[in-house]
Design a protein around this ligand. Structure first.
Ligand code: NAI
Length: 344
């Protein structure tokens, strides 16, 4: 917990009430001390109707500009399609609002740079990107152990983000605006790798992928399973795997290999500590989605943002971290498309 200079509640407006926005809104309304959810924005009537039912009387806006004009909003919380993030962050900063924005910062490196330039003009405002894995207690513990030298010099990371197969193919509809599997999923592994390695610069990437189940992805050049290698300037390596087609659930885990040991974070994606002994053998249920796996992380990241706005120390991924994640994710997409290594 960071030192907090003042105890005034931070008045927040959540923008986007889709799959994840509803969760953030509920967290901020009920589960984050110091946060006050005062407004929400969605262009979709049903989503605003949901907010009226499920949340403690926030002001409802159909239009983002109208929410930004609300003088009683201190901070905006963007959970909108990734292609909108850059413009919406710039508009929020110009309106004098602190900004939390879901990952990725943008699908385009030049757009990320434009946001960083704008943020320099508003350095009194917090602006952070939601790479929540940095706030997961297990990832945090691994980070602290690495800092203390527990595994010597970490030189290799294997990290994966894999979702349970959705036979309805929600993400096939989402794919044209998501940036593809590497910018949408692997971007988390990229960020966590840079964080655990102490922010080296990437030098070269390789990537490939396949469509195991969802042929609908072919039209936008995406895959449902992707593998990538990232070389860093200091010689360290990362191997990433992303999948939309797991049978067992959300299986997100990371291994860090060092000169004096290794750490595995979340290697068995247990939903709980209950083992089931039955005719199938001995087993655990699996975390069904990213939300159950990272429920605590979402709360800790929200708390950290609120504390930072109230004068505590900023933590979490900066805009510069998020720019690097997009730079590497974009190079992976290019490597997948061209079948060639990409130098950064
Ligand atoms: P979604 O499609 O379910 O929700 C998007 C929301 O944005 C909808 O409420 C929609 O009405 C709203 N919206 C669209 N245009 C808008 C506009 N012009 N102004 C205001 N609202 C607008 O998408 P989902 O899955 O909730 O993803 C949203 C963001 O969250 C994406 O950037 C995604 O990358 C990120 N995300 C992050 C995750 C994580 O692990 N941290 C997991 C899932 C999503």
């Amino acid at each position: 917990m960071t030192h907090v200079a003042n105890r005034t509640p931070v008045k927040i407006g959540v923008v986007g009430l889709g799959r994840l926005g509803k969760r953030h809104a509920q967290n901020l309304a009920f589960r984050v001390p110091g946060a006050e959810l005062v407004a929400v924005c969605s262009p979709v009537d049903e989503e605003r109707a949901w907010a009226q039912e499920a949340l403690p009387a926030p002001r409802l806006y159909a239009d983002y500009e109208a929410l930004l004009a609300d003088q009683d909003v201190d901070a905006v919380w963007l959970v909108t399609p990734s292609a909108l993030h850059a413009d919406q962050i710039v508009a929020a900063l110009r309106a004098g609002k602190h900004v939390f924005c879901e990952k990725p910062l943008s699908l385009d490196v030049a757009e990320c740079e434009r946001v960083l330039e704008e943020a320099k003009r508003h350095s009194h405002l917090q602006a952070t990107i939601g790479f929540m894995r940095r706030f997961d207690p297990s990832y945090r513990d691994a980070y602290d152990k690495i800092q203390r030298g527990a595994i010597g010099r970490p030189f290799m990371i294997r990290s994966q983000t894999t979702d349970k197969n959705d036979p309805e193919g929600f993400f096939v509809r989402f794919a044209p605006t998501s940036g593809g599997i590497f910018l949408d999923c692997t971007v988390h592994d990229i960020d966590v790798t840079r964080w655990l390695f102490g922010n080296p610069r990437a030098k070269r990437v390789f990537a490939t992928g396949t469509i195991a189940l969802h042929e609908g992805l072919r039209a936008c050049g995406d895959v449902d399973n992707g593998v990538a290698v990232c070389e860093f300037e200091d010689g360290r390596l990362a191997v990433f795997y992303a999948s939309r087609t797991m049978a067992h659930g959300n299986d997100t885990h990371t291994e860090v290999i060092g000169t004096a040991g290794a750490l595995a974070i979340g290697h068995i994606p247990r939903a709980s500590r209950v083992e089931i002994y039955d005719q199938h053998g001995v087993r655990n249920e699996c975390t069904p989605t990213f939300f159950e796996r990272f429920e605590d992380a979402f709360l800790h990241e929200a708390q950290a943002f609120v504390d930072a706005v109230r004068g505590g120390k900023a933590s979490g991924a900066t805009l510069a971290d998020a720019l690097e994640a997009t730079r590497i994710g974009s190079a992976l997409r290019e490597a997948l498309t061209t079948g060639q290594p990409v130098e950064l």
